[in-house]
Design a protein around this ligand. Structure first.
Ligand code: PGA
Length: 248
């Protein structure tokens, strides 16, 4: 973690929780003083709960994220949510290219490029997610895969722009599996990503981050923050990660 900029901790709730549980969790996080100092905390609730979570977070320091967006701003796209709609709800950042979208919704690099452009156009900061799957890792194709993903992202209109450039490295084999990538693996990929991006990019790590692994990960100079899935679903585990990530 760099000494000068605040590390990020983003909780991606995915398709979990109900309205009541989302409200309670958002409130516990918003009210906790550890989410204020020396750290940037963000929450990505399911779309139907965005409005309620936005109300709870108010104008406080915790950022509101979308988990995804449609590449078009409006139109006949049943079931989809656009960048301007997210913006309207108080969202400031949006995950783009999460491996679950790539894998389960068939989103290719071209679609992800369009979504990044749409996010920028709507005034949202995209958190561009990249990562290799197990077969690519085992055949030494991890960095090649990520390079292809990033080159597509870099072809998006207006990205990276003047604001903060956020990329999340999430090895697919580490997501929801309890397997965290090794220190050398993460450093190698983060260094490679940094080389491909102009200017000062912030590179987050994601994949089975827990209160136990957050501290050692956060102390790595090459890791600028954490993207947390399952461990973001309870205030106890999420706030423990926030505390472990906060610089001394
Ligand atoms: P996980 O998910 O922490 O449950 O592995 C991470 C992610 O998908 O962002």
């Amino acid at each position: 973690m760099s000494q000068t900029t605040k590390p990020w901790v983003i909780g991606n709730w995915k398709m979990n929780l109900d309205r009541r549980a989302a409200e309670i969790l958002a409130r516990e996080i918003a009210d906790d003083p550890s989410c204020r100092a020396k750290i940037k905390v963000g929450l990505a609730p399911p779309f139907p709960y965005l409005d309620r979570v936005a109300e709870i977070l108010g104008h406080g320091p915790v950022a509101l994220l979308g988990q995804d967006l449609h590449p078009e701003a409006r139109g006949a796209y049943t079931g989809s949510v656009s960048g301007p709609m997210l913006r309207d709800m108080g969202v400031t950042h949006v995950l783009v290219g999460h491996s679950e979208r790539r894998r389960l919704h068939g989103e290719d690099d071209n679609m992800i490029r369009r979504k990044i452009s749409a996010a920028v156009e709507a005034g949202l900061t995209p958190v561009v997610c990249v990562g290799e799957d197990l077969a690519q890792r085992e055949s030494q194709q991890a960095m090649t895969t990520i390079t292809t993903q990033l080159e597509a992202a870099l072809a998006a209109d207006g990205w990276p722009g003047q604001g903060e450039t956020l990329v999340a490295y999430e090895p697919v084999w580490a997501i929801g599996t309890g397997r965290v990538a090794g220190r050398e693996q993460i450093i190698e990929i983060h260094t490679g990503i940094r080389r491909l991006l102009p200017g000062h990019a912030r590179i987050l790590y994601g994949g089975s981050v827990s209160p136990d692994t957050a501290g050692p990960l956060a102390r790595e100079k090459e890791i600028d923050g954490l993207l947390v899935g399952s461990a973001s679903l309870t205030a106890t585990t999420f706030l423990a990660i926030v505390k472990a990530t906060t610089p001394a």
